[in-house]
Design a protein around this ligand. Structure first.
Ligand SMILES: [Fe+2]
Ligand SMILES: [Fe+2]
Length: 272
């Protein structure tokens, strides 16, 4: 069981956010904005899947899960609330969230299905989130020229994602979820996630008028495919998910603990 603290981040998101808030880089801004657009809907899905999964546990096992489920739900609920505030700011730049309605429509297919399917989907998404989080925490230069409150937003979220990366996975297994379906969902989620994230990024860049700038594509190539790029650095740990003996805890996330320790002035703990 993981001991999860819910933290309220002490930042003001009522103040406007600059158009190219990520260090003036149009691509990085559009990419982070795209991810943020998926969070309110996506994280509600993760919350529901973990809650429903916990309810499906045998009565005798439920008490042991209570604290971790509460911590997971509290962390994700805080993330989605704060990203909704952030999204309201970036939508003032003329951006339109096409990802969320598409994801919502897709989720309807799961109504009435075995709760292990939703948990398998959540576990796959949480692996992606944890990989992205670890990459971001390991590359402070990506956010170095952004406002401190926005650095805090993304790094706090990343740190908590690394912290609760095992919850959905462990619950899936506790409910008897098997390897075959776990990797089947990972294959599908990989396609959905990459296509959705790239589509929304392109959508954001088009509305921003920066899609066809050379600097946009140079940044995309560098940050996604470059030597220390996201896709290149996360490929091996992504592939590890397909091993039968995989567990999220096998992948290191000490950067998360370090960040939380060194930045405790940025948040208050609201529950355990
Ligand atoms: Fe989250
Ligand atoms: Fe999460």
């Amino acid at each position: 069981m993981t001991d999860l603290t819910v933290r309220r981040l002490l930042i003001d998101l009522e103040r406007p956010v600059a158009r190219h808030w990520c260090g003036g880089d149009a691509f990085l801004t559009a990419w982070f904005n795209a991810l943020s657009m998926s969070f309110p809907v996506g994280e509600q899905f993760f919350i529901d899947s973990v809650r429903d999964g916990a309810k499906a546990l045998p009565e005798a096992e439920r008490a042991a899960w209570e604290a971790e489920v509460k911590g997971f739900v509290g962390q994700e609920a805080t993330h989605r609330r704060i990203h909704a505030l952030f999204n309201a700011q970036i939508e003032k730049h003329g951006l339109v969230n096409a990802w969320a309605p598409r994801a919502e429509a897709r989720m309807k297919v799961l109504a009435g299905a075995d709760p292990r399917h939703a948990l398998g989907i959540t576990a796959a998404n949480e692996h992606f989130t944890a990989l992205f989080a670890e990459w971001l925490l390991g590359h402070p230069e990506v956010l170095a020229n952004s406002e401190p409150r926005l650095q805090a937003l993304w790094l706090w979220h990343s740190a908590e994602e690394a912290e609760h990366k095992s919850t959905a996975f462990d619950l899936y297994r506790a409910l008897g979820g098997n390897h075959a379906w776990r990797v089947k969902w990972m294959r599908r989620i990989t396609v959905f996630f990459l296509v959705d994230a790239l589509r929304q990024t392109v959508n954001n860049l088009r509305r921003d008028g920066t899609l066809w700038r050379w600097s946009t594509w140079r940044s995309a190539a560098r940050h996604l495919l470059g030597r220390q790029g996201l896709l290149r650095e996360t490929f091996a740990p992504w592939r590890a998910y397909f091993r039968p003996d995989f567990h999220p805890e096998h992948q290191h996330s000490e950067r998360s603990a370090t960040w939380l320790r060194e930045n405790s002035a940025l948040f208050v703990a609201v529950g355990r």
